[in-house]
Write a protein that binds this ligand. Structure first.
Ligand code: HEC
Ligand code: HEC
Length: 233
């Protein structure tokens, strides 16, 4: 399974008549071992289906170029050129499989007070900590915004916690200004646990699509979502 990328790329580049058909389905088959419809049943693997193509493309390049770290992901994308990653991103962005049942991750043990804190951060942010509401960038329905801001529903709480840990330790990076790293630095561990618990308990809707724009400019600049949505710098 893991050799599929290198193999099908080599196959695509070679012009010999013995080459097996190089369909996109073949290219992405190995990804589905971890990113299938059942992915939400796992306590860690993130859903990638239906996320904005620009976001997925950025992440594939981030793994390849060392701005995100997960050995198996790095291995899957390291030999691949940008155009190939773009095609894979477009493929997954157009998939909208149903969601599997929520995993019983750490967020399922949250208290009512933690859930209330999480919801407040998502909907209002925290002015004292200078943290904008998550909905101001991820969309009122948290379904993400084209082309490069991901939705936040249907992700395991343990995955969300891990990403905040990665931003805090600078092992997950995006183009500067790295708004999520700045936000993560302003949130305590307890804030992160609260927000991930609340998010992971919201029922996702497979019929939802990323928004095409936001009603107001982004409250902070994000290098990975330039000129977005609302015309923020
Ligand atoms: C062995 C399991 C595994 C395989 C196979 C795999 N992935 Fe992943 N993928 C993961 C894990 C785990 C993460 C989260 C890593 C982290 O903590 O950042 C991830 C993250 C991602 C992300 C970022 C998701 C997000 O929401 O930010 C994308 C995009 C992605 N994978 C695409 C792919 C593609 C495309 C393939 C096939 C070429 C693939 N993956 C194969 C396990 C896998
Ligand atoms: C100023 C805009 C902005 C705000 C406010 C914001 N985000 Fe983000 N968020 C982004 C952008 C842009 C990305 C994509 C970063 C990248 O490309 O790696 C992102 C990515 C994420 C991801 C990664 C999803 C995945 O699949 O890996 C999570 C989780 C996340 N944000 C959670 C939050 C939470 C929780 C809040 C509120 C506390 C929040 N964000 C507030 C802009 C924002």
């Amino acid at each position: 399974m893991p050799i599929f990328t290198a193999f099908s790329l080599a196959a695509a580049l070679s012009a010999t008549p013995t080459v097996v058909p190089d369909t996109l389905e073949q290219r992405v088959a190995a990804c589905l071992a971890c990113h299938s419809v059942k992915e939400r049943g796992d306590a860690y693997f993130p859903r990638i289906a239906g996320k904005p193509a620009g976001y997925l493309y950025n992440q594939l390049r981030n793994f390849r170029d060392g701005r995100r770290h997960y050995p198996m992901m790095t291995y899957m994308v390291t030999p691949l050129p940008d155009a190939y990653l773009r095609e894979i991103a477009d493929y997954f962005a157009a998939q909208h499989p149903p969601y599997a049942a929520a995993a019983a991750g750490s967020g399922s043990k949250a208290s009512a007070a933690q859930l209330a804190r999480g919801e407040a951060l998502v909907r209002q942010g925290d002015a004292v900590k200078k943290v904008p509401a998550c909905v101001a960038c991820h969309g009122a329905a948290l379904g993400g915004v084209e082309p490069a801001i991901p939705g936040l529903l249907g992700l395991p709480s343990d995955y969300i916690n891990a990403q905040f840990g990665n931003w805090k330790s600078h092992t997950r990076r995006a183009a500067a200004p790295d708004c999520m790293a700045d936000i993560a630095a302003r949130l305590s561990e307890a804030d992160v646990a609260a927000v991930s618990a609340w998010l992971s308990q919201q029922p996702p809707d497979a019929a939802a699509r990323p928004a095409t724009s936001l009603p107001a400019p982004l409250p902070m600049s994000c290098g990975s979502a330039p000129a977005a949505v609302g015309g923020a710098k």
